[in-house]
Write a protein that binds this ligand. Structure first.
Ligand SMILES: Cc1ncc(COP(=O)(O)O)c(C=O)c1O
Length: 387
């Protein structure tokens, strides 16, 4: 029996394989993109759940409309409005994490052989989805302040591009934030060339310094889809994300979601709504920021002390990842096996590229491991590099 072309195009998930490897006891893993489990806001979550159950609403656990819990969509829209992005609850669709939002957008926008642009490097699971959709993937290189505008201009001009997928804030994997100036220019370019912008922003709330530039939606709301998630500020297992789409696209997205899974869990939407509404998450975010910033700083210091310039790091102003490059030509895919023998793991840079690139780079997650494990893990990495 033959698998579908879509199944074949999804290929073997490197992430699944490394996560399996790195979950072996004793391995210190900087490979995944996991929040610190010790920081999950268990107390507010459990009191909110109790509060909801105690109310004994007759509709609890009942089916609900595909678009999602209206009060939650309203609060999400109002948070965007406060940041200058003009949207409303009728344009917010609740999804099963932002990953489902991406899947829905591929189904809504792409036919096989359509052209899209991604950043190089970019988020691995999005790349897999785009490949499975049969899209032709063009890449724009990332500079310190965001995508290279000239490259983007030329790709937009030469190819009939459907959408540009970008994570402009504390990007996964590079940690780079696109400047406000560039966002404005790119939005203008996209508008001129009728290219939809898909702005994926799971990390914006995890800001350690500086300010977050405006969303692309501020510059071009009719052509931008903004994706958000509860995964990094509450818990990934809520499987709760959302997309905010212009009306021409929204209806198609809602229909597609309905056909895929009818709706996301209203129970968790209610829980998340109350956590937002009663300010628990604002307080929780402060804890996350304090802890993750300390971990980021420690990892940077340990790398500097152990590698003395052999491994250069790009210090992100937020998010969960360091992007580090060997200056001595070390191939991180080859180093990976030695690292696992030393019981430490990371994500090799090349997996984040649609074509070639990142051979000397690695992505290191700093949010998940404890401070002690960060210290020990970087020592192990040094041993692997020296072996
Ligand atoms: C850039 C990016 N987009 C989307 C996701 C998916 O997040 P979720 O489906 O948990 O909302 C992630 C997860 O790490 C991510 O890094």
């Amino acid at each position: 029996m033959q698998l579908s072309n879509t199944a074949k195009a999804t290929g073997d998930s490197f992430v699944r394989n490394i996560l399996a490897l790195t979950q072996k006891p004793g391995v210190i893993s900087f490979a995944g993109g996991l929040p610190d489990p010790l920081l999950f806001p268990l107390t507010p979550i459990s009191s909110t759940i109790k509060e909801i159950l105690d109310e004994q609403s007759p509709n609890i656990f009942q089916y609900g409309p595909t678009a999602g819990y209206l009060p939650l969509r309203e609060i999400i829209a109002s948070q965007y409005n406060q940041k200058g992005y003009n949207t409303n609850a009728q344009n917010i669709l609740i999804t099963q994490g932002s990953q489902q939002g991406l899947d829905i957008l591929c189904r809504a926008l792409l036919n096989p052989n359509d052209n899209i642009v991604v950043e190089a490097p970019t988020y691995l699971a999005a790349l897999q989805l785009f490949k499975a959709s049969g899209a032709n993937i063009y890449e724009v290189s990332l500079e310190e302040d965001g995508p290279n505008i000239d490259e983007l201009k030329s790709i937009f001009k030469k190819h009939n591009i459907k959408f540009f997928y970008t994570t402009p804030t504390y990007q996964n994997p590079s940690g780079i934030t696109c400047s406000g100036q560039k966002r404005k220019k790119i939005a203008q370019l996209a508008k001129e060339n009728d290219v939809c912008i898909i702005e994926d922003n799971p990390y914006g709330a995890l800001r350690y310094e500086g300010s977050e530039p405006y969303s692309y939606g501020v510059y071009w709301s009719e052509g931008t889809v903004v994706l958000g998630t509860a995964s990094k500020i509450a818990a990934p297992d809520f499987r709760l994300g959302w997309l905010s789409a212009p009306s021409f696209l929204y209806e198609a997205c809602a229909r597609l979601k309905g056909a895929m899974d009818l709706q996301s869990s209203y129970f968790f939407q209610r829980v998340f709504y109350r956590l937002l509404e009663n300010d628990s998450l604002r307080i929780h975010k402060k804890n996350l920021i304090r802890s993750y910033k300390q971990k980021r700083d420690l990892m940077v210091k340990e790398i500097e002390e152990n590698f003395k310039g052999l491994l250069e790091v790009n210090i992100p102003k937020g998010g969960m990842f360091l992007w580090a490059k060997f200056t001595d030509g070390t191939d991180t895919m080859e180093l990976f096996e030695k690292a696992v023998k030393e019981h430490v793991a990371y994500a090799p840079g090349s997996v984040f590229y649609a074509s070639k690139g990142g051979e000397n780079a690695m992505r290191l997650n700093f949010s998940h491991a404890s401070l002690e494990k960060i210290k020990e893990g970087i020592k192990r990495l040094k041993r692997a590099h020296q072996s």
